[in-house]
Design a protein around this ligand. Structure first.
Ligand code: SAM
Length: 356
């Protein structure tokens, strides 16, 4: 057996590799190793989740952002972006239609927009949780103080998504302006976990300057953090950003990283991302077949969909929520999976359970 497969076996048995081993595994990958990895990933996916795929209804409620990340289409310097904010009533309408369609998790995602003060956010969270007590509420609002995270948690938020983007400080600095740091982002993630949120992190695959060494650091960081969710998707250039001319991430490497995540931490919630579906018409299906177990269809009103343009050619910007859900349902059925009506909470299962 070649070294790459041996490393996959070691990862499956011990859930950890050294930095050198991670680099060797990522650099040494080939088609044969990838197929071997995906088989192991599907073994754990089926063991823990059967053929059920969790859904999260994504509500992109503001595209105003005070940050200026070099890769992101809604960065503050993009003067071409048409800015919008949803009202509380519009957000509640999204939840209403989402609930009817079978969503039991709503994700409020937006740029870092100070217009939504702490009070406004608390009010929105309380209203959603009062109207839909059987649903989980996920926030994805970027970096905030620990006190703010605590208050939002006590208002009823259950989960928080904050990708670390890249674990390497120097690489992080090459993707962001100097006021942002990997250290602060990691501190936020630590705070979120300590507070009690089901916490999601993640990174872009193929972001400019990324090497296998950075990816190895990402995997080591995730192993240490032990998050509940990890969202990874390819970097896709946006024409109005400093990275407009950079190459995007590949489907091949994104799928390989999804497989590695599933084998390392088999209980993880891993979405097959919209970015993956954007660079390959069957990207989300392939993500599921590589070990992902979550999809996040869009519940935002169609009138604002195109405006939340993080990267070029983002898919599903013209479809109604119901169309998105039905389309994904069919796509999942085509590959032997099905969307489930369930909150889809994280549940830690010990790998050893299988030996009992
Ligand atoms: N403001 C919040 C935050 O910082 O976490 C949430 C919104 S932010 C736009 C959501 C995610 O979009 C980021 O974590 C980033 O990984 C992803 N993203 C932004 N620009 C992207 C691009 N050009 N290609 C792929 N993903 C991108």
């Amino acid at each position: 057996m070649n070294q790459t497969k041996q490393l996959i076996d070691k990862l499956e048995e011990t859930s950890q590799l050294t930095k050198e081993e991670w680099i060797a595994l990522i650099q040494g990958r080939n088609e044969d190793a990838a197929q071997y990895l995906f088989e192991r990933a599907r073994y754990w996916q089926h063991k823990y989740f059967g053929n059920g795929i969790y859904t999260r209804g994504l509500i992109e409620f503001t595209n105003y952002c005070k940050n200026d990340c070099y890769y992101c289409g809604i960065r503050r310097s993009n003067r071409q972006a048409e800015r919008y904010r949803l009202t509380k009533e519009q957000i509640m309408e999204c939840c209403f239609s989402g609930y009817k369609l079978g969503f039991r998790t709503f994700v409020l995602q937006g740029g870092e927009d100070g217009w939504f003060t702490q009070e406004k956010l608390v009010e929105i969270i309380r209203t959603i949780k009062e109207a839909y007590p059987d649903c989980a509420l996920t926030l994805s609002l970027g970096e905030r103080s620990r006190k703010s995270y605590e208050e939002l948690f006590h208002a009823g938020a259950d989960r928080y998504l904050l990708r670390h983007e890249t674990a390497d400080e120097t690489h992080y600095q090459s993707l962001h302006p100097s006021e942002l740091s990997a250290a602060h982002r990691k501190q936020c993630l630590k705070d979120l976990k300590e507070i009690g949120y089901q916490t999601g992190t993640g990174f872009m695959v193929g972001s400019p300057g990324q090497t296998p060494v950075h990816l190895a650091e990402d995997m080591l960081f995730i192993r240490r953090l032990e998050p509940h969710m990890v969202g990874i998707g390819p970097f896709v250039p946006h024409h109005e950003t400093p990275f407009a001319q950079e190459a995007g991430g590949t489907v091949e490497l994104t799928l390989f990283m999804i497989g590695l995540l599933r084998v390392m931490l088999p209980s993880l919630l891993i979405p097959a991302t919209t970015a993956l579906g954007t660079i390959d018409p069957l990207g989300r299906e392939k993500g599921i077949q590589a070990g992902a177990n979550v999809v996040m269809p869009n519940l935002s009103p169609t009138s604002v969909r195109k405006k939340y343009e993080l990267y070029d050619n983002k898919i599903c910007t013209g479809d109604e929520a119901a169309e998105c859900r039905n389309c994904l349902n069919q796509r999942m059925k085509n590959i032997g999976y099905e969307l489930v009506t369930d909150r889809g909470d994280y549940c830690r299962r010990e790998k050893e359970e299988i030996y009992v």
